[in-house]
Design a protein around this ligand. Structure first.
Ligand code: ZN
Length: 426
């Protein structure tokens, strides 16, 4: 028969001043759970069955508890021999707040001194790449986080676009978060609302991080390639001294000064027809921008960083925002239903900031965003205007990157399917 040794000392438990360490509202619960714990000690999973068959009491040196729904911190502490003073000290440590946010599935290991069966260490494991150690010493309790060894596995995927990036990439096993990152990396190159074509092709090399077979963090994108309507882009991840970049094989930034489309491509429903008759004037008029048909209220993003030079109403445009990006670049967003709360002329905005919401104010027959791109006051086609590449790396970083990227690129491209290769070489 298996015998489990419990470090329960009911005499100590019932007598502790538990109210010292918990918020007042938990006091009644605590008392009940203390009683439950003393009557039915096996409320938590207790490993370490003893093999010691001698009748003398041998204190265990460690217990593993897996947190289950409904478990409370106080009950766990109380039923495993932590007194009120120790519990209080634990919660006061640098990482003590983690103990107050216990989640089912987390594991707690409690270590006891062999001599007097006192708790001397508690380890919290959350299933990610770190564990937190709480250690009792003469001068109190101290906590620290320890990084665990993580296994990294490469995972290569290809996606042939037939419906949308979202749908096709998800069907190929990519998570929504990964798809979002891919679209952000390519946001200066590809307008995912207007540019995608059937037959476009994505290749991505992921690094998946696991520990004991369990995922510990979302995968990183090591390299990606996108074949889009006759154009071809590659991006490689590089961890620089202070930033992580996605760069061309030459070390140039893919995150350029302007987004191709200043809204969330997933919400844009129809394509722009540049030859359409003006819906109100019924004649063809010069059209100085791109119209994105999109549901009323979806966020409009600053295409690039800059300063708000105008925010308000203009004839025809309705509610409009103009952003001055410096060096003679400016962008204009029209027919808006409203503006981001508190935004005023003179405010600085960063690329991707929400500045306004799609609407149909001014001369518009349905909700859409009218978007203009100007250089020296002259209108340019936002979807074809050349935006200079940034070279963000220091000379030292660039040398490191160029050394690394050669091998990564060889590994990446060696995985390409013949289908993708034939598209690139066509
Ligand atoms: Zn327009």
């Amino acid at each position: 028969m298996r015998r489990y040794i419990l470090p329960l000392l009911s005499v100590v438990l019932v007598g502790t001043g538990a109210g010292l360490l918990l918020s007042p509202s938990s006091d009644p619960v605590l008392l009940t759970q203390t009683q439950v714990a003393t009557n039915q000690p096996v409320t938590t999973l207790i490993s370490q069955p003893t093999t010691n068959q001698s009748p003398t009491y041998a204190p265990p040196t460690q217990l593993n508890i897996s947190v289950k729904p409904g478990d409370s911190l106080s009950a766990i502490f109380q039923s495993h021999g932590l007194d009120a003073a120790q519990s209080y000290q634990l919660l006061q440590t640098e990482h003590g707040a983690l103990l107050n946010k216990l989640q089912p599935g987390q594991e707690i290991e409690i270590r006891y001194t062999q001599r007097d069966n006192h708790v001397h260490q508690l380890i919290l494991r959350s299933g990610d790449a770190t564990e937190t150690h709480f250690s009792f010493q003469d001068n109190g309790c101290h906590s620290k986080q320890i990084a665990l060894a993580v296994e990294s596995n490469k995972d290569y995927r290809e996606v042939s676009i037939s419906r949308s990036l979202q749908q096709d990439a998800q069907a190929a096993g990519l998570s929504a978060a990964t798809i979002q990152t891919i679209s952000q990396i390519l946001a200066s190159e590809i307008d995912f609302a207007l540019d995608l074509r059937t037959g476009d092709h994505l290749a991505v090399l992921l690094n998946r991080h696991t520990r004991n077979g369990k995922t510990v963090s979302s995968p990183t994108i090591e390299a990606l390639a996108f074949f889009n309507n006759g154009r071809y882009f590659e991006a490689f991840r590089f961890e620089g001294e202070s930033n992580t970049y996605y760069l061309t094989a030459d070390g140039l930034s893919l995150q350029r000064r302007f987004l191709r489309a200043p809204l969330d491509y997933r919400r844009v429903s129809s394509r722009f027809n540049p030859n359409r008759l003006h819906p109100i004037f019924k004649t063809q008029r010069p059209h100085n921008g791109i119209d994105y048909a999109a549901p009323e209220g979806i966020p409009v993003l600053a295409a690039g960083s800059g300063r708000i030079s105008f925010i308000g109403e203009q004839k025809g445009y309705g509610n409009v925002v103009i952003v001055d990006h410096g060096q003679s670049y400016s962008t204009l967003y029209a027919h808006l239903s409203g503006f981001a709360a508190g935004l005023q002329a003179g405010d600085d905005v960063s690329q991707g900031d929400e500045i306004a919401y799609v609407g149909q104010t001014g001369w518009a027959t349905g909700p859409h965003l009218h978007y203009e791109f100007r250089i020296h006051g002259q209108h340019k086609n936002p979807s074809t205007v050349t935006i200079p590449y940034d070279a963000p790396l220091s000379k030292q970083e660039l040398m490191t990157f160029l050394q690394q990227v050669a091998g990564i690129k060889r590994d990446f491209t060696s995985r390409f399917s013949t289908q993708l290769k034939s598209k690139i070489n066509r």
